[in-house]
Design a protein around this ligand. Structure first.
Ligand SMILES: [Zn+2]
Length: 261
């Protein structure tokens, strides 16, 4: 028995096996602090390259939502609203959240934006970037991946930024897998409901996103990295009774977010 446990621990040390928040087993080869460092570096880089919104109403609205949501997860998070008309939001390892003003304009209410931010936080909490890098990169590339974040035009730099989910910012797209999308949806739904946001608005949000990308008025960057599978709405609907229960509990506890733009 003891031998078996020792063997499992040894195997995990070698292969980096882990379990995601939804109980799925994952292969995480990269050390978490190094992936966090990559997220941090990529975020700093974006902050120097993209204009940051000075719209106080938008900033107030988004930070009100992000503050409430991140209180339900671990650690401190940094939020930046970028002046960019595309419909996009992202979260990076190292607890960084970026939201584009285009998305802020598009949502009808706090709950819809909470759905997007919750979904993005879900990708970070479940360490999807690490998993993507572990799958895509050869083991001996891991060190170069870390330094490559600051050189997003090099091939390895492209792998680094696209694994972080922000490749579209540099013209390369690596869509999240169906597994990762489903997982981020479920984590995000639970998170928003626990924080007192109406989880039912997540379905409206995804429908609006799909419509916007089909209409083609503006490039829906978000939909290319977060592809909408036919099963997304179905899975959200299946999970909804549990989420509504959590939402009602949160509301009864006085968690009633009131973020307005
Ligand atoms: Zn996603």
């Amino acid at each position: 028995m003891l031998n078996n446990i020792a063997l499992i621990i040894f195997a995990c040390l070698l292969t980096g096996c882990a379990t995601s928040p939804t109980g799925r087993s994952q292969f995480l080869y990269m050390p978490k602090d190094q992936v966090d460092q990559m997220g941090l570096q990529a975020f700093e880089d974006l902050k120097t390259k993209k204009p940051i919104s000075k719209n106080s109403q938008y900033n107030g609205f988004v930070s009100c939502i992000a503050d409430i949501l991140t209180k339900e997860s671990d650690g401190k998070w940094e939020l930046v609203v970028f002046e960019d008309d595309t419909l996009n939001a992202f979260a990076l390892p190292g607890n960084k959240i970026g939201v584009h003003t285009g998305l802020v304009k598009m949502v009808d209410n706090q709950d819809q934006l909470a759905a997007v931010i919750g979904h993005e936080i879900g990708h970070v909490i479940a360490q999807h970037s690490n998993e993507r890098m572990s799958q895509e990169a050869a083991v001996n590339q891991s060190v170069s991946l870390i330094s490559a974040v600051s050189a997003p035009t090099s091939p390895i730099g492209q792998l680094a930024v696209s694994s972080l989910g922000i490749g579209a910012q540099y013209g390369i797209i690596l869509p999240f897998s169906r597994t990762h999308e489903s997982e981020a949806d479920i984590i995000g739904l639970d998170l928003m409901a626990k924080a007192g946001f109406d989880p039912r608005e997540s379905i409206t949000l995804w429908q609006k996103m799909a419509q916007a990308s089909q209409g083609g008025q503006q490039p829906a960057e978000f939909m290319s990295t977060h592809p909408s599978h036919d099963t997304r709405i179905q899975e959200l609907t299946e999970h909804m009774p549990k989420a509504i229960e959590a939402y009602q509990q949160a509301q009864a506890m006085g968690k009633k977010p009131n973020c307005t733009k």
